[in-house]
Design a protein around this ligand. Structure first.
Ligand SMILES: Nc1nc2c(ncn2[C@@H]2O[C@H](COP(=O)(O)OP(=O)(O)OP(=O)(O)O)[C@@H](O)[C@H]2O)c(=O)[nH]1
Ligand SMILES: *[C@@H]1O[C@H](CO)[C@@H](O)[C@H](O)[C@H]1NC(C)=O
Length: 512
């Protein structure tokens, strides 16, 4: 029989003597635990994190949730290897970062699919660089230089002094990378030149990669093939907001381009532009006062109260009089950075990750757009990034359905990371196709699964997901995926607030 030691027995007796106290203590501990885990982490303080929710609809959703049995996928008669390549612009001295990226990509994807690589540089790659890369990859690899005309900015060739001054000034004003000429060249190159390089142009699809990136999940199907199958033209992984100071005139010129070439933006435009012409009304005064959805109710309430006062049914009404006086004194609000009632919300697909058709950019509209932007000098007068340029360009040409969000791909570049939760019941055991990609005991352990997860064998970093950090962008995307989204019908999303309906609602409320 189990004999309780005297000391332990005494302790137990003490506890039962102080039963009340310990009961309270235990309750307090449970309460604090619940508060911390359920309320603060999940509940009240941060409502529900975007990364915990389901994002998807018939317009776009992950091609697969969880793992796919890659060997049978590859053997399926309907599967076809695509005319596709990875592409990276890099420098000789970044070899360690490049190897890091290539190893991550091979381990998580390319060891099963063997897609080729294209490495581009403004100076020749060293023999050492080429040798190390060739040893790491499982597909063909090509190296080339970018010719001077693709690489240099026109102003740099024609007026080096003006070019240098513009760059130096941006440096002095402290814009991120604004003072670095090579960063400007890189942005311009990725904005309008990379897809014209012969090594890229001879493919139908590309996947852009960078040095020092990480993949966190296994990609067990072929993203190129699935994109083709689902009629997708451009795939992204992270969406963030641009720093305003780098693109102050990009939207103005984009709008000018739209006018000049009579372009009718497609539905994706709505992801990037806020239209301030939101009322369905011919009332000019109302139109100019209401720029945001939040202005609708106060402005209509004011209108109703003033109209009621002016009808003179209620001459003692000091509220109505007050409204009238206030309105006559106030100035129409001015929205800076608004062109033709539209404003860039600064959202963009983070273009260091892109899986897309080459002709998504290599086509007459986008090429004209790039040339227009190049001519007005924004790549050197300002520091237009390739990401906002790509995004606005896509908005001109594509519909929401043409875009794919690779939510199931865990990806990190510099300080941003997106990493999905693992899909429940759809995790398969890892089997390497390449002996260099063996995973030891610790590497073969993955995060636990989650209700709305879509990842396959993800091992995520302890870092807040970009879906949560830039949740405004992701909410906009999520809303545009909803089939019932009225804004998606028709051209620009103007006039979506029915003034009469809103007014009637308020009148009922005020009983006027
Ligand atoms: N060959 C060459 N490659 C460059 C040059 N400048 C940038 N790159 C490459 O372009 C890619 C992006 O440049 P980075 O300077 O790393 O920019 P980043 O840190 O990704 O920029 P953010 O994402 O905006 O922070 C990298 O792969 C660089 O190797 C250059 O002067 N020559
Ligand atoms: C791949 O696509 C490019 C661009 O469309 C084309 O020129 C090339 O012939 C294709 N290659 C193959 C092998 O189909």
């Amino acid at each position: 029989m189990l004999r309780i030691r005297p000391k332990f027995r005494r302790a137990c007796e003490e506890i039962s003597d102080n039963k009340d106290f310990y009961l309270k203590l235990a309750t307090a501990i449970v309460f604090v635990y619940l508060l911390v885990t359920k309320v603060f982490v999940k509940g009240v303080v941060f409502p529900i994190e975007t990364s915990d929710t389901y994002i998807g609809s018939a317009r776009d959703k992950p091609f697969y949730e969880g793992c796919v049995d890659t060997l049978s996928y590859l053997k399926d008669p309907s599967y076809k290897k695509m005319n596709a390549t990875f592409v990276m612009l890099t420098k000789n001295d970044e070899i360690d970062g490049v190897l890091h990226s290539v190893n991550s990509l091979e381990s998580h994807f390319n060891q099963w699919f063997h897609y080729p690589y294209v490495f581009l540089n403004d100076v020749p790659f060293s023999e050492e660089f080429k040798k190390e890369i060739k040893n790491a990859v499982s597909g063909d690899v090509h190296f080339d230089i970018v010719d001077k005309y693709m690489w240099q900015i026109p102003e740099e060739r024609t007026d080096p002094e003006a070019f240098k001054n513009a760059i130096d000034t941006q440096g002095d004003r402290g814009f991120l990378y604004g003072g670095s000429a090579s960063y400007h060249r890189m942005c311009r190159f990725y904005s309008g030149s990379f897809y014209k390089h012969p090594l890229v142009r001879r493919h139908e699809w590309y996947w852009r990669i960078e040095p020092e990136i990480d993949f966190y999940c296994d990609i067990t199907y072929d993203p190129f093939f699935e994109m083709a199958k689902h009629n997708k033209k451009y795939g992204f992984n992270i969406m963030i907001e641009e720093i305003y100071a780098t693109v102050p005139n990009l939207f103005r010129y984009t709008m000018a381009f739209i006018k000049k070439y009579r372009i009718k933006p497609k539905t994706l435009w709505k992801l990037f532009s806020m239209n301030h012409n939101i009322l369905k009304t011919s009332n000019q005064e109302l139109q100019s006062w209401v720029n945001f959805y939040r202005d609708v109710e106060p402005k209509l309430a004011e209108k109703i109260v003033i109209e009621d006062f002016l009808r003179g049914e209620n001459p003692e009404d000091s509220v109505g009089l007050g409204f009238l006086i206030r309105r006559s004194k106030a100035a129409t609000p001015i929205v800076e950075d608004q062109f033709d009632n539209e404003e860039y919300n600064l959202y963009h697909f983070w273009s260091n990750f892109e899986i897309a058709r080459v002709d998504t950019f290599d086509n007459p509209i986008y090429n004209a757009y790039f040339e227009y932007l190049d001519r007005v000098g924004g790549f050197w007068r300002e520091r237009w990034g390739d990401a906002p340029v790509h995004s606005l360009g896509l908005g001109l040409m594509l519909d929401v359905e043409d875009i794919h969000y690779f939510r199931d791909i865990g990806y990190q570049h510099s300080i941003m990371a997106h990493c999905p939760k693992n899909a429940p019941n759809k995790q398969l055991v890892y089997k390497e196709a390449d002996s260099r990609r063996k995973r030891g005991f610790f590497k073969n352990r993955y995060d636990s699964t989650f209700e709305n997860g879509c990842g396959c064998r993800c091992k995520c970093p302890r870092q807040r997901d970009t879906e949560d950090k830039s949740w405004e962008c992701m909410h906009r995307w999520k809303n545009l995926l909803q089939p019932e989204d009225e804004e998606l019908n028709g051209g620009l999303h103007e006039g979506y607030v029915d003034v009469k309906r809103e007014e009637d609602k308020l009148r009922k409320l005020f009983q006027i």
